[in-house]
Structures are given as structure tokens and as C-alpha cells.
Design a protein around this ligand. Structure first.
Ligand code: KIV
Length: 260
């Protein structure tokens, strides 16, 4: 059954954990959906894991629309959230609403996510007023990497609580807590009536999110402490490529069964 914002409200009330993974293309989006992950995020992390950039800042709205279209079209169960990339909602409330609308209309997303707390209360309110569910993202915000001077764990409890309350008041249906100490995440989770989705925020959050490429071992670059590798797909792919090269060079592939 297709998940909705009401599913997540009920899951929080009943203490059932919410599972979230990112996806950017058909094969993984299909596996994620068929395995019944509750929410699929088309994250701007695609800038790093798909486009090979060093941060997420160059990702465009067109990039997110392109990948969201692919992911949303095969989703039968998972709720699809599209990330609002850097500079797609920071310039004005009008642009924020218009661009959120494009992710829904053209991308087929069911909600949008944006990084920011109290400073983006008005943008969140306006997007929600337009009928679009918003997932907020506070704590470590990768789009602010230059402002903060790196990808740093955020420990200012007062600011984190203030941001969390502000986004709930603005109408966000859930909030991602990234890179904050587990005890602060627990306090936020207990304080809010909307679900918290943690990444590097401990086990007390109402749900967890990871980048698919990281958790299946497809990202061979630096991995933060909070990532657990559930598979070694990068190593497996290397082995397969090595075998293929060896067999083609040695005229061992194709065999008769592969020929017409
Ligand atoms: O862009 C992304 O994938 C994200 C998640 C890691 C929360 O923002």
C-alpha cells in the first residue's frame, strides 16, 4: 500500500520506526520499493555519489527533477521525497513555492525536503500552504558547508531545539536530524509530535535515513562514522569487471550458450 504523510504520523504515535533510503535511478529505486522501504529520498547527495562532485552545491533543480521522475514512476509503496537543491528556495518565498511545485508536477514527488530551521519558517509555511508536504532538515546541513567550515557535528542544543520547534510550527510533516549528538536527538524526538528521521543522530529518532550508495559499499570515497555498510557491492563489481576483462582477453567469453 502506498505510504502517505498520515502513515508517518501514525507510525510515530505507535512507536514504529520509519525506514528511509535515497535513490536516484531505476534499479535501486525498484529494489527499495519492492522491499517496502517507507520513504525514498531523491537527495541532493546525488551531486556526490552520482555526479562525483566534492559537495552538493552544484546540483540543479533540473537534476533533481530528472532523477525524481525516474524514481517516482516505479514507486508503488514508498513515499517519494525530492530534495530542494542549493539556491532553489533561499532567494525568495515565491521561488521556493514555484520550485517545490515543479518537483511535484514534473518530478512526481509527493513531498519536498529543504535544509534549514527557524530561518526558513516562512518558506516552509508558504510551500505547505500551496498543498505540498515539507520535510525539514536541521543540524548538519551540507548546503551550508562553507558557512560552517566543513561537515561538522552540530552541538548547540538550544539552537537545534529552536529549529525543530520552528519547523514543526511551520507545518513540516517530518524533520531530518543530521550529525547531532544522540542525546540531543532524543530530546528533540520526545519534544516534537512530527517524526524525526536521523542520520548520524542516534537510535532514538523515529526513523533512520542513509544514502544507498554508502550503505551498500558502492561509495569508495570517505565515509562518515554514521554509515554502516550492509553490503560490499563496490568490491563485488570490481571482481566482476576483473573476471570479464580476463575472460574477454583470453577468448573465454562469450561461450557457445551466449551465441546465436
Ligand atoms: O541529500 C541527501 O541524500 C540527504 C540525506 C542524507 C538526508 O539529505
Amino acid at each position: 500500500m502506498k505510504k502517505t504523510v498520515n502513515t508517518f504520523k501514525k507510525m510515530k504515535q505507535e512507536g514504529e520506526k520509519i525506514t528511509v533510503l535515497t535513490a536516484y535511478e531505476y534499479a535501486f529505486a525498484k529494489i527499495i520499493d519492492e522491499e517496502n522501504i517507507d520513504m525514498t529520498l531523491v537527495g541532493d547527495s546525488l551531486g556526490m555519489v552520482v555526479q562525483g562532485e566534492k559537495n552538493t552545491l552544484g546540483v540543479t533543480l533540473e537534476d533533481i527533477i530528472y532523477h525524481t521522475k525516474i524514481v517516482s514512476k516505479i514507486s508503488k509503496q514508498s513515499f517519494i521525497v525530492a530534495d530542494m537543491p542549493f539556491m532553489s528556495y533561499q532567494v525568495s518565498i515565491e521561488e521556493a513555492v514555484f520550485n517545490a511545485g515543479r518537483l511535484i508536477k514534473e518530478g512526481g514527488a509527493e513531498a519536498v525536503k529543504l535544509e534549514g530551521g527557524i530561518e526558513f519558517k516562512d518558506e516552509i509555511k508558504a510551500i505547505v500552504r500551496a498543498g505540498i508536504p515539507v520535510q525539514a532538515h536541521i543540524g548538519l546541513m551540507p548546503q551550508s558547508v562553507h558557512k560552517v567550515g566543513g561537515y561538522k557535528v552540530q552541538k548547540d542544543e538550544k539552537k537545534i531545539l529552536e529549529d525543530a520547534i520552528a519547523v514543526e510550527e511551520a507545518g513540516a510533516f517530518s524533520v531530518v536530524l543530521e550529525g547531532i549528538p544522540a542525546d540531543i536527538a532524543k530530546k528533540v524526538t520526545n519534544k516534537l509530535s512530527i517524526p524525526t528521521i536521523g542520520i548520524g543522530a542516534g537510535v532514538s529518532c523515529d526513523g533512520q535515513v542513509l544514502v544507498i550508495n554508502d550503505m551498500i559499499g558502492l561509495n569508495e570515497d570517505y565515509l562518515p562514522k554514521f554509515v554502516k555498510k550492509y553490503a560490499q557491492i563496490g568490491d563485488e563489481t570490481r571482481k566482476a569487471v576483473k573476471s570479464y576483462i580476463k575472460e574477454v582477453k583470453g577468448s573465454k567469453f562469450p561461450q557457445k550458450k551466449h551465441c546465436y
